[in-house]
Ligand binder design. Structure first.
Ligand code: T4K
Length: 373
């Protein structure tokens, strides 16, 4: 049978950006054309900041040009030096942000269920060189925030979350933005909520927030003095996209949940496939659908991926290799001992998931994985 993905040579990729109706975006950017104010914290930037503050339930939120820069500026604002304990099971950005800030990553292994930094393995890595802890809510799975907060407080270390994947995730009603000292969110085109390119840093400390605002604007201070800064500003067209997308968020999440649930229904009985699990008390955002191929599946992750691709479906190996296996780091930085992260990264495949993915495509992907197609 011809797959949905094969039909008319159509490729089904791991994700596809959602967009608001064109007319809605045109209406939203009309003011920009009238005012000729295109960037540098204009009206759309301010409106989106306010909307997102309300959405996250945080007092301090600074928008950035992208999530990566947001994380770099956050590390810069804390004026750290030394080592940052982090996870190797993440997108390159997390590790590069640490290195590009003149800091040394120290890699901690992950929990085999949530794939997030394992607090039980953290404490033995803390030394007098440790400057901060930087875990990742990977795939939107929340880290063990209580255990991490306790360890960070006991060692008086800042806790910075890479929450790039966790937009809209809540634990017992509390937004992911509320954990740790700082949380960074990505609003990239591939995310549950996007501003084309974009990101934000949420924190509780007003002073830190003011500093972040200055840093992203060349370090300009009110009295025409400067601190060393850069350019991390989100422009008005991006902020306008964010304002539109925020209005459609409930619909976006509901559609994603439909796709996600269908995968669970159709794959839960397949021998050897480990599916993502709902975390207790957590409202998910259905950002990714990672599947781990265990030995009993009878085929490797790469073999299964090739069979899917042959039928027009393009899952991705998010995240392979682990960042501590990047050749660049060879001999420069101790890759540490992270066997669980290494094993998962060799077995995981994130299946296509986006709001408008047709359920017929989900069914065909599942048939292929069940070896019925
Ligand atoms: N921390 C973590 C844990 C992250 O995952 C990321 C980014 C960051 C930090 C940094 O945040 P940002 O600076 O990006 O805000 C993609 C995204 O570009 C990246 O944002 C994301 N994580 C990462 C996990 O995925 P690539 O290199 O895989 O993207 P690409 O171009 O291959 O696109 C993937 C698929 O998305 C395509 O097959 C089709 C679809 N797509 C892509 C684009 C660019 C669209 O539908 N529309 C688009 O405009 O990194």
């Amino acid at each position: 049978m011809q797959s949905q993905g094969d039909k008319m040579g159509k490729k089904i990729l791991v994700t596809r950006s959602s967009l608001p109706p064109l007319e809605e975006y045109v209406e939203e950017i009309r003011d920009i054309f009238e005012s000729h104010w295109l960037t540098n914290m204009g009206a759309k930037h301010e409106a989106l900041t306010e909307e997102l503050r309300k959405f996250f339930g945080v007092r301090e939120l600074t928008l950035f040009q992208n999530g990566h820069l947001a994380l770099e500026f956050a590390l810069q604002a804390l004026e750290l030096s030394g080592e940052v304990i982090t996870t190797p099971f993440t997108f390159a950005s997390t590790t590069w942000a640490i290195i590009r800030s003149g800091l040394t990553p120290v890699f901690c292994d992950i929990d085999p269920e949530t794939y997030t930094l394992d607090p039980a393995k953290l404490e033995s890595l803390i030394t007098e060189r440790t400057a901060a802890i930087l875990p990742v809510h990977v795939y939107g799975n929340l880290c063990d925030t209580e255990a991490l907060a306790e360890i960070a407080a006991r060692h008086k270390l800042p806790l910075i979350y890479d929450a790039a994947h966790a937009f809209g995730v809540r634990k017992n009603g509390v937004s992911a933005a509320a954990f740790g000292d700082i949380s960074m969110f990505s609003f990239h085109a591939t995310k549950v909520f996007h501003t084309i390119e974009g990101g934000a840093v949420c924190c509780r400390d007003k002073e830190l927030s003011t500093k972040l605002f200055r840093l992203k604007n060349f370090g300009i201070e009110e009295n025409e003095t400067y601190c060393v800064g850069g350019n991390g500003k989100m422009n008005e067209f991006e902020a306008a996209m964010g304002l539109c997308n925020l209005r459609h968020l409930p619909e976006e999440l509901a559609k994603r949940q439909r796709v996600y649930t269908h995968y669970v229904e159709l794959l839960s009985e397949v021998e050897g496939l480990k599916l993502p699990k709902q975390q207790a008390g957590v409202t998910a955002n259905y950002a990714y659908f990672p599947v781990v191929f265990t030995d009993t599946y009878g085929e490797t992750r790469d073999e299964a991926s090739l069979r899917l691709q042959a039928k027009g479906y393009y899952p991705r190996k998010y995240f392979y290799p682990c960042t501590n296996a990047f050749p660049f780091l060879n001999g420069r930085i101790d890759p540490g001992h992270t066997p669980i992260a290494e094993d998962i990264s060799k077995r995981v495949l994130t299946l296509p998931l986006y709001a408008d993915l047709e359920l017929a495509d989900v069914e065909q992907i599942c048939r292929i994985l069940r070896r019925e197609a």
